[in-house]
Design a protein around this ligand. Structure first.
Ligand code: SF4
Length: 371
């Protein structure tokens, strides 16, 4: 039977007995059903922090590959703080949302300089680190250090919206406030059997494996008997979707210029979208100014576009991008941010996602072999 059936956006705490039952049922389930993920085997705050930063906008399967490699390249805060920007971007290349990598490095430098290289344990100090919001602070402090810090990510928001019938729009202020309120309430009821690190991870795991965005498996749910959303028959509808906005169409041209087996690549500006990443010379033909309309450093006057090799589709956040990939010639790029490199060297750069897709196909295009 549902114990809390408020169908608005106020979290009404269940009584202590019900809260205890919910906590132990979920922890018990987690104990048996959790996925064996490598970052769950460590209590090193640095390693947990890297995993949380990666997992924020990237699927678990992808992070399984990147996380150990990143830690091999930068095994501790000190190594990350001392690394070059380029080395960090290169290790992040392909994960997208490069601001995360830059923020990680900036935060590592703060930890190195202001906290002696030791990840801080004070909530406000963690929250003051570049790129660290309430979710990441709560995740690192609870998972690595077992402190009773709440967390709310998309999974937790969904579980609470359904469990307590919080009828709000995904990611909206009112629903997030209610979800944080529930998160604070439950994590504060820590006990030896359900410590904060178990409770928080169990909540997220329930959202990932059982209380999924579509078709929640309520029959297999360890907290199903207390679920108000399920009892009201609206579990699958919560949280409400955000109103959809049509994607923004962008048309680009990318130029593949080859000279003696070397390809022309350029570095994006230090500010703005995908700052500092490498790509093939690219201009925006039509769109909202996501890319510049002209090639940098006078390159436009020297580069001669030729036939189209292929058309590609690509997505960056809300943008739907169509790229016309053209062969080109260029005698001398005349720009400091341009390099001629062989295909394997190109693939070692910190490339944009779109450039990486093209770089994988360079061998086929070399010497006019075609796409
Ligand atoms: Fe989610 Fe269903 Fe469990 Fe409720 S009973 S928490 S809707 S999986």
């Amino acid at each position: 039977m549902a114990q809390t059936a408020a169908s608005d956006l106020t979290f009404e705490a269940p009584d202590e007995e019900v809260a205890r039952e919910i906590r132990s049922a979920l922890a018990e389930w987690f104990h048996h059903e959790q996925r064996d993920l490598p970052w769950r085997r460590t209590r090193d705050p640095y390693a947990v922090w890297i995993s949380e930063a990666m997992l924020q906008q990237t699927r678990v399967e992808v992070v399984l590959d990147y996380w150990p490699r990143f830690l091999r390249a930068f095994p501790d805060v000190h190594a990350l703080a001392r690394a070059t920007d380029e080395a960090v971007l290169e290790a992040w290349s392909g994960l997208g949302y490069y601001r995360r990598a830059r923020a990680l490095q900036a935060a590592a430098r703060v930890i190195d300089e202001e906290h002696g290289g030791v990840f801080p344990t004070d909530h406000d100090e963690v929250l003051a680190l570049p790129g660290v919001g309430p979710y990441t602070a709560g995740a690192v402090l609870s998972i690595a250090l077992d402190l009773p810090e709440p967390i709310v990510d998309g999974n937790v928001e969904r579980v609470f919206a359904r469990l307590f019938h919080l009828d709000g729009v995904r990611g909206s202020g009112p629903l997030m406030r209610a979800a944080w309120s529930a998160a604070r309430y439950f994590v504060a009821r820590e006990d030896d059997r359900v410590p904060p690190r178990v409770w928080n991870q169990a909540l997220m795991e329930l959202g990932a494996l059982v209380c999924t965005p579509r078709g929640p498996r309520c029959g297999a749910c360890p907290v199903g008997e207390w679920c108000a959303g399920r009892a009201a028959g609206v579990a699958d509808d919560l949280p409400r979707p955000k109103p959809k906005r049509p994607p923004v169409e962008v048309r680009l041209e990318t130029y593949l210029a080859e000279r003696d087996g070397r390809w022309l690549v350029v570095q994006r500006p230090e500010e703005g979208l995908m700052a500092g990443m490498w790509e093939f010379p690219t201009v925006e033909v039509d769109g909202p100014g996501l890319f510049p309309g002209e090639l940098p450093g006078g390159l436009g006057a020297r580069l001669e576009p030729a036939e189209e090799l292929t058309t590609m589709r690509h997505g960056i956040t809300k943008h739907r991008i169509t790229v016309s990939v053209r062969r080109a010639t260029c005698a001398d790029p005349g720009s400091k941010s341009a390099r001629w490199l062989e295909a394997p060297e190109v693939r070692e750069l910190a490339l944009t996602g779109m450039a990486r897709k093209l770089a994988e196909r360079l061998d086929a295009w070399e010497s006019g072999l075609g796409a």
